[in-house]
Design a protein around this ligand. Structure first.
Ligand code: 26V
Length: 833
């Protein structure tokens, strides 16, 4: 099963004479005959261009672009094989990559060419782009961050590769019926995807200590029957800006082994045997929703091990091609674990070094630690992964043995350092002994790596002082911060052409790869001409968004109203409920004071709730019912409107960001690790109303607090007031808040579904309001009033919004990645030339 050497995989013809201003070397997207486009229609689809469907046209166009990047992709791969630089492997269960056509065209600097080629062929460019499915291979922030990081690594010309799973069904598709969320499967591969290339010649075998079956919908392990699965790589190009480097995202699909042992079954079990092989292949069928109730699902652990085994098998195979000395692995390989999901890599790398390469324990341990690094993405205790010991025993017995030995040696160290402190030993153990033994994956990740990082300053500090304090005390040098970022290519240049060209006209286009350049806009923040351009770009984006919404959902919104947005996964800690309570208070004010002068406002919500998270689903229901009641109330008609956007995904985020006026980042302080939509809104000229949480704190520092609408308790105040906090106090002493809550409790928004929102009352009052909505509502309303007042003065608003754009440079993922590269990975660019 040894693959061809990497170089042999490269295209037979490598064009080493591309013009220096890369972009268009050898491209024939234009011309009437024999173009790549027509040839693809004809040869791939046997389709006459005159009768081709819209999707056929997209496929042909995408294949033409792929032809262009194939040379650069092969050249990059070949350069890495020849120069053998230290490589970064970014291992993640999720890559929320979004659509690729427009992004690849932009990064190849082919925009003008592609658009004029489309025009020549009478193809509506935007309609063509709309044909592409948006692969939902992630839940939210963590998956989208991985995708932004790939873009930045390729743009910085870092020798890097992403490893993930090729889910056939990604994040479910969301629809809303009677206000409730419904989930539909997302069959994004229904038609072949033009960007992926299967590499069956690089398949790998993965061995398990048992077999597994689905029985009546339940996942079951069958002991003492070892089994194997095949990992099939599917490669996707990751085009860096400028098109010089094209890295690879390698997604693994599961298949049953070809040599499936039918002998062990009697002839009568032939069908059963085949069914089993079908089951094996279903391992990568579906992405798990981010939902603590899924923690108990064994298939997810199998997925995690499958990702780790395939990825480490692949990268060690690559290492072996040019190296024989395993002590040098950390000089050649940096592996970044995106959360604990791939943290079995610690045990798997130890297994390879001990059992296959026959290193001694201490040497293997040292190599493992120096090679691996771990990023934590959450402080929620219920989201920290733990797996039942018995599953390890059945599925991965050798790995469990290794974990026990790591733990034995480690706990000896803890005892030596803190004699007599048995509680500390129990807290730090890799095994949680309480209530059925579990393996603590975060402890394994921290112990088995040389770096543990949080994703914003406050988050890293909370990790150090609370979540894994014992580890930070013992290994302070391992802990570091890498504040998140987002790629300005997709999130500003591509998503917001109007603002992008206003910026480039004013300060040049160096910001595209050096976002700190946006600082130059500070000088223009008071410039009337630039303010006007800024406001014009915003207005155009709002009109465009309103038109799209009308066309796609038949919902009409007023582009002259203020667009007040909160889009993210629905979760109690993110407090969409706090936002709705604000809306209800404002609604009540309007009902009670019909002559109140209020800026017309559209409250825009979007986001998915995990299918089993019933309270989050009820919050969606509340948002929709409030929207319906407001729509039907003549007293407030045309003054406020609430919209819940169904099916929030990367594509919808790209449409919304440019149109937003106000960004809501209102998590209970201390709970949102970083946030990344906050950065996208800021870059696109929205102002932020938010709590002092995650990266929002750093955004306000960069922009100046006077240009922000910060409110609410700090993380410290949240922690300090928890023992005595009583939401009833607010209900009893704040009449506006009480009136808003009473509207919910008296079924004002649920006339025909009485009592449906009772669990919200329970959460907010009876059960003590864990996320402290009522504690922050008053100061949220104050901040809101300041925001609305400012919005009434477009010049001052534009001034502050421009200052925010100018201060958003830090939040480029290029900056994050440059820090990972120099402080954790110690890798350098390896340009393909
Ligand atoms: C947990 C689980 C548990 C069970 C199965 C599937 C699954 C998938 C994901 C997760 C954890 C999600 C953690 C996450 O997305 N964190 C977000 O990471 C962003 C990038 O660092 C950060 O900006 C957000 O603040 C943080 O919530």
């Amino acid at each position: 099963m040894e693959p061809e050497p990497l170089t042999a995989r490269a295209q037979p013809h490598i064009d080493s004479h591309l013009p220096p201003r890369y972009g268009c070397g050898g491209i024939q997207l234009t011309g009437n005959e024999n173009t790549f486009y027509e040839r693809h229609l004809l040869f791939d689809k046997a389709e006459d261009p005159a009768t081709a469907s819209a999707r056929d046209k997209f496929d042909a166009f995408a294949h033409s672009v792929r032809d262009v990047l194939a040379h650069r992709w092969a050249r990059t791969t070949e350069t890495y094989a020849r120069q053998d630089p230290k490589m970064v492997y970014y291992v993640s269960m999720e890559f929320l990559i979004g659509r690729s056509l427009a992004n690849n065209v932009t990064n190849l600097l082919l925009d003008d060419l592609a658009q004029s080629a489309a025009a020549q062929k009478n193809i509506d460019w935007l309609a063509l782009l709309d044909q592409e499915p948006d692969p939902g291979l992630g839940n939210g922030g963590l998956g989208r961050l991985a995708a932004c990081f790939l873009d930045s690594m390729a743009t910085l010309q870092l020798p890097a590769m992403g490893y993930g799973l090729r889910y056939e069904y990604g994040m479910f598709q969301q629809s809303i019926r009677d206000g409730w969320q419904h989930e539909q499967p997302d069959n994004w591969l229904r038609r072949p995807d033009p960007w992926e290339i299967a590499r069956p010649e690089e398949c790998l075998e993965v061995a398990f200590g048992c077999s597994f079956v689905m029985h009546n919908g339940n996942f079951e392990l069958i002991p003492n029957r070892p089994s194997t699965l095949i990992g099939v790589p599917f490669d996707r190009p990751v085009v860096g800006y400028g098109g010089q480097t094209v890295n690879t995202l390698r997604l693994w699909g599961a298949a049953a082994p070809d040599d499936f042992d039918f002998q062990q079954f009697s002839a009568g079990e032939f069908v059963g045997a085949l069914t089993e092989s079908l089951l094996a292949a279903s391992l990568t069928r579906v992405l798990y929703p981010d939902d603590s109730t899924t923690r108990g699902r064994g298939l997810r652990l199998v997925q995690e091990y499958f990702l780790v085994a395939c990825s480490l098998g692949d990268l060690t195979r690559r290492f072996r091609r040019a190296n024989t000395d395993w002590y040098r692995l950390p000089d050649k390989v940096a592996i970044q674990l995106n959360d604990t999901h791939p943290s079995l890599a610690v045990a798997e790398l130890m297994r390879i070094l001990l059992d296959v390469e026959h290193l001694g324990w201490d040497e293997a341990w040292n190599v493992t630690q120096q090679t691996l690094a771990y990023t934590n993405h959450t402080l929620l205790p219920e989201a920290l992964e733990q797996w039942p010991l018995e599953w390890f025993q059945l599925l991965l017995p050798r790995h469990l043995e290794i974990i026990f030995e790591i733990n034995r040696r480690f706990l000896d160290q803890v005892r030596a350092r803190f004699p007599g402190d048995d509680q500390r030993v129990a807290r730090m153990s890799l095994i949680d002994e309480a209530g059925g033994k579990h393996v603590r994956m975060a402890h394994l990740a921290i112990l088995g790596s040389h770096s543990t990082n949080g994703v914003a300053e406050i988050h890293t500090n909370l990790l150090r002082t609370h979540t894994v304090r014992d580890f930070a005390e013992m290994f302070p040098e391992r802990f570091n911060n890498k504040t998140n970022g987002v790629t300005p290519r997709r999130w500003l240049q591509l998503a917001n052409p109007a603002l992008s060209s206003a910026i480039s006209n004013a300060i040049g286009d160096a910001w595209i790869t050096n976002l700190e350049e946006l600082r130059a806009l500070r000088a223009l923040a008071t410039d009337r001409g630039f303010q006007a351009e800024f406001l014009e770009a915003k207005r155009a984006a709002k009109v465009q968004f309103a038109n799209w919404l009308k066309a796609s959902t038949n919902v009409a919104i007023d582009p002259d109203s203020m667009f007040d947005c909160q889009v993210k996964r629905i979760h109690e800690y993110k407090r969409q409920l706090l936002n709705v309570l604000r809306v209800i208070v404002l609604y009540n004010r309007l009902r009670e004071h019909p002559n109140l002068q209020l800026q017309p406002r559209t409250f825009i919500f979007g986001g998915k709730a995990a299918p089993a998270y019933w309270l989050a689903k009820l919050i969606i229901k509340l948002i929709n019912n409030v929207a319906g009641t407001i729509d039907g109330d003549p007293a407030v008609h045309g003054r406020i409107k609430v919209v819940f956007l169904p099916e929030y995904d990367v594509t919808l985020a790209e449409r919304l960001m440019p149109a937003a006026d106000l960004s809501n980042q209102i998590s209970t302080a201390g709970y949102e690790a970083s946030g990344t939509s906050n950065m996208k809104f800021m870059m696109n000229g929205a102002l932020t109303i938010g709590t002092r949480d995650g990266a929002t704190i750093e955004m306000a520092q960069e922009a100046g607090e006077e240009n922000f609408f910060l409110f609410g308790l700090t993380a410290q105040q949240v922690a300090d007031s928890r023992p005595w906090y009583d939401p009833h106090w607010h209900y009893n002493h704040e009449p506006e808040i009480r009136a808003a809550l009473d509207l919910i409790f008296t079924d004002h928004f649920s006339r025909y579904e009485p009592g449906v929102f009772a669990p919200i009352r329970d959460a907010l009052l009876t059960h003590g309001d864990h996320y402290m909505h009522l504690a922050d509502l008053h100061s949220y309303l104050d901040a809101d009033a300041r925001a609305v007042q400012l919005y009434g003065d477009p010049t001052t608003w534009a001034h502050k919004a421009i200052l925010n754009v100018a201060a958003s440079g830090k939040f480029s993922s290029d900056r994050s990645i440059a820090q990972y590269a120099s402080e954790i990975w110690h890798v350098r660019p390896c340009p393909a030339f």
